[in-house]
Design a protein around this ligand. Structure first.
Ligand code: NAP
Length: 483
């Protein structure tokens, strides 16, 4: 499979190249091999993309919403038909195991395109009667939206942003992470094939600087970022300076609480999914696993046993369930946290090291006896590192779970349904789970509170973040002026 695209960028319906931009090597994380070289967008490329988007948006907004939706639905169908090729590309771009990418990436992107494609025709305003007079509201697009992606889910992130934006009549310029630049180009190709007018969805490669140039351009009306809280603060501030709309999908340090009456197998399964899927590179992961003291040792024993069954290997192999970290840089960040966990006195249950093989592999790691003040309990690690903390009672664990600047996700495992709802009701988090972890169907709003973000992706909620309401007062009688 050749992964070198015909050009680094996708603008106005075609691949474009400008080798004057800084080189972006695409490194396969399982081997360290360079698979392709792309180039960052120069100012001329950025200008070309924004000019194309602004022109295309004006026409796209005149299409009937149902016609817009039909394009997205067709794109969803093409993505599903090409799932195998897209999954293989995602695996090469990110290093995630093919058994994951086959079910969680192009499929999730297709879900978003299908959902918002279906919703497009029903995006209406309302009629507000005022006696003789009345007001009607019109749902209008925002204009040109910039999407900026993280590297963990490159296809999904491009689709989660493009689908609602395009359904509402906006155009988009999407900047993937420089670490995973390939997949969004395929999304652009498929949208064009599905009948999207040229220029409505464009991809510009680049580093943070390219993102910053896009955010501050006066032609841009909205910015949707998926990234770290540190980048989120910079992008939010830059957008606010010109009163642009934002959606911020940022990081977290989410709690997962396991009560003494929980089904241990399900709780262990939830902790594995919420810490080791995608080698732990998931924003909503439940990385602080609070386990009731009375079941702690049983939980840890079963966790260690099941973790030892992970198949760590080449992500292209069907049986591999744990692949490498996305990059050498991310691996080194995670290794630094492993050192801190050990140095600050956490008890290592399993893992804790880099694997002695090519590529950027870290063994799935469980630390027990973690206390609230340890670095590994406070900072987002974004790797396969689970911190297990113990607790005695409900009020105590709720207070400790909320004692973080973040609020992306939270989970509770218990058979007591009243307790489940009571506890979830008090947790400060945007995306919550009862007896489950990390499900993210497109029908459900996804996003965080506190430092984890602003706005929501997916569901009908996303429409509010990609459109604005115009209200029109209609007077039926005469105007009564004072003079
Ligand atoms: P990151 O370093 O914040 O980068 C995110 C994106 O922003 C990249 O495309 C990056 O470009 C770009 N960027 C960096 N500085 C910028 C600036 N000043 N202006 C505009 N754009 C800028 O995050 P990451 O390391 O790629 O991803 C990991 C983080 O994303 C974690 O914190 C994770 O929790 C979060 N995340 C959140 C969600 C969610 O939905 N809540 C989902 C996935 C990941 P380059 O990297 O190419 O330089």
């Amino acid at each position: 499979m050749t992964v070198q695209p015909k050009g680094s960028h996708f603008i106005n319906g075609a691949y474009v190249e400008d080798t004057a931009g800084d080189a972006i090597p695409v490194v396969f994380a399982a081997t360290g091999e360079t698979l392709a070289t792309l180039h960052a967008g120069t100012p001329a490329i950025i200008d070309q993309a924004l000019t194309a988007a602004a022109a295309a948006q004006r026409e796209w907004a005149t299409w009937s919403p149902r016609e817009r939706g039909r394009v997205l639905t067709r794109a969803a169908q093409i993505m599903r038909e090409r799932n195998e090729d897209l999954s293989q590309l995602e695996t090469l771009d990110t290093g995630k195991p093919i058994q994951e990418t086959r079910v969680a990436d192009a499929t999730s992107g297709a879900d978003a395109l299908e959902y918002f494609g279906g919703l497009a025709g029903s995006l209406t305003g309302e009629h507000i009667p005022l006696g003789e007079d009345w007001v009607y509201t019109v749902r209008e697009p925002l204009g040109v939206c910039v999407g900026i992606g993280a590297w963990n889910y490159p296809t999904q992130i491009a689709c989660w942003k493009a689908a609602p934006a395009l359904a509402c009549g906006n155009a988009m310029v999407f900047k993937p992470s420089e670490t995973t630049p390939l997949c969004a180009l395929k999304v652009a190709e498929i949208l064009i094939e599905a009948g999207l007018p040229k220029g409505v969805f464009n991809v510009v490669q680049g580093m943070g600087q390219t993102g910053a140039q896009l955010v501050t351009d006066p032609r841009v009306d909205k910015v949707s970022l998926t990234g770290s809280p540190a980048t989120g603060k910079k992008v939010y501030a830059a957008a606010a300076a010109e009163m642009k709309h934002v959606t911020m999908e940022l990081g977290g340090k989410s709690p997962m609480i396991v009560f003494d009456d929980a089904d241990i197998e399900n709780a262990v399964g939830g902790a594995i999914l919420g810490n080791f899927y995608s080698s732990g590179q998931i924003c909503s992961n439940g990385t602080r696993v609070f386990v009731h003291k009375s079941i702690k040792e049983k939980f840890l024993a079963r966790l260690a046993e099941r973790t030892s069954q992970a198949v760590i290997g080449d992500p292209r192999e069907d049986e591999t369930s744990i692949g490498p970290m996305v990059s050498e840089a991310q691996m080194n960040i995670v290794l630094g946290y492993l050192d801190k966990g050990k140095a600050e006195g956490a008890r290592l249950i399993c893992g804790g090291t880099r694997l002695d093989r090519d590529g950027f592999y870290i063994a799935p790691t469980v630390f027990a006896d973690v206390t609230d003040d340890m670095t590994i309990a406070r900072e987002e690690i974004f790797g396969p590192v689970m911190a297990v903390l113990d607790f005695d009672d409900e009020a105590e664990v709720i207070a400790r779970a909320n004692d973080t600047p973040y609020g992306l996700a939270a989970g509770v495992f218990t058979k007591d349904i009243s307790r489940a709802h009571r506890v979830i009701g008090q947790l400060q988090a945007g995306s919550c789970f009862i007896n489950s972890y990390n499900d993210a169907p497109v029908e459900a709003p996804f996003g965080g509170v506190k430092a984890s973000g602003v706005g929501r992706e997916n569901s009908k909620q996303a429409i509010e973040h990609y459109s604005q309401m115009k209200s029109v007062y209609v007077r039926m009688g005469d105007v009564e002026a004072p003079f």
